[in-house]
Design a protein around this ligand. Structure first.
Ligand SMILES: Nc1ncnc2c1ncn2[C@@H]1O[C@H](COP(=O)(O)OP(=O)(O)OP(=O)(O)O)[C@@H](O)[C@H]1O
Ligand code: NI
Length: 313
């Protein structure tokens, strides 16, 4: 039995007063086990919603349809109790905003120990040792002190790293990390980056990495998925995709990086309530044609990659 995660026709919608927000639209993808898959795309393109949908962690009013197959089971069909046996233990999630993920009344040590004590019945003393070891791995110079501190006593960067320590305390098979390097300074970012690499190489953890940090994605990821307006616009190996982006949107994203031309993509993403016909990127695309306005291109296979653009049809 393989340990890939298969997304089949995943759509995530949020009914709202003004209409239904289509945050994720008919996504088909395979997250290969043993790999780091990066999900990149502009703000609001659906990265977090897609990542959260795997463990049904989207907002309570969300409607998720499609299938998410992991080890022959559809995660979307499991009961809350069954899913709770997977959450954190087999598939762990590191949320985007560290500040809402902590209980302010518990010490850092207690929060890291919670998973092992709850899921694996690890005795308190052993769990505390594990917490200290975890903090050490995530580059805390004084883990013995940190286990006894409270979240408010830590800097934002330290809280981010504590979240990583919490999420990997149970040695999960999969880790879904939502912008794990956000707000970290360059040195700590390099350490966390090295850690993700170690998790993959030495601890056999497969990773889904949601990020705005394209240099991190290029360095760390095996496969890249590019999202726009909730759909996959391009997918390929990190090497090929960063070397020769096929979609004009991917090209624009890469060019907007600080060490490149720093040219932001012109225009705004579309409203996700009333999506226009045709290619969703067409109003902003420098290479648009009549066909792009009329009909939405399919996600095409091109030399082992996938791209949603009429240029390649
Ligand atoms: N609970 C919700 N109700 C309504 N709309 C939502 C809800 N959660 C997310 N959305 C919408 O879904 C879309 C995708 O959001 P998402 O957070 O996945 O974007 P993102 O790519 O992660 O952006 P960022 O890079 O800023 O984190 C956005 O338009 C957002 O406003
Ligand atoms: Ni996000």
């Amino acid at each position: 039995m393989d340990k890939h995660i298969y997304l089949e026709n995943i759509t995530v919608a949020f009914p709202a007063k003004a209409g239904t927000v289509q945050a994720v639209n008919q996504v088909d993808a395979v997250f290969n086990s043993g790999e780091i898959t990066g999900i990149i795309g502009e703000t609001g393109s659906g990265k977090s919603v897609l990542g959260r949908s795997v463990l049904r962690l989207t907002a309570a009013n969300s409607r998720i349809t499609g299938r998410i197959i992991y080890k022959n089971a559809d995660l979307l069909q499991l009961s809350e109790a069954e899913l709770n046996q997977i959450r954190g233990k087999t598939i762990a999630f590191i949320p985007q905003n560290p500040d809402t993920a902590f209980d302010p009344t518990m010490t850092i040590g207690q929060q890291i120990m919670e998973g092992p004590v709850y899921h694996k019945k690890t005795p308190q003393a052993a769990a505390k040792l594990l917490a200290i070891r975890q903090l050490q791995r995530y580059a805390f110079p004084e883990p013995h002190k940190i286990v006894n501190s409270y979240p408010f006593q830590l800097s934002g960067g330290m809280r981010q790293r504590t979240l990583c320590a919490m999420s990997t305390a149970l040695s999960p098979e999969w880790l879904i990390a939502d912008e794990p390097t956000k707000g970290l300074d360059a040195m700590i970012r390099r350490q966390v980056c090295q850690l993700f690499f170690d998790l993959k190489e030495n601890m056999q953890v497969s990773i889904i990495m949601i990020t705005h940090d394209l240099r991190l994605a290029q360095k760390l990821c095996d496969t890249i998925i590019v999202l726009y307006a909730g759909t996959i616009f391009e997918q390929g190996t990190a090497g090929e995709l960063f070397q020769t982006p096929l979609h004009p949107y991917t090209g624009g994203l890469l060019n907007a990086q600080p060490h490149k031309s720093l040219l932001p993509l012109p225009g705004m993403p579309p409203s996700l309530i009333d999506l226009p016909p045709g290619c969703k990127f067409q109003p902003r695309c420098p290479e648009q044609t009549e066909l792009c306005r009329l009909q939405e291109p399919a996600l095409q296979a091109v030399n082992g990659r996938r791209v949603r653009c009429w240029k390649y049809a």
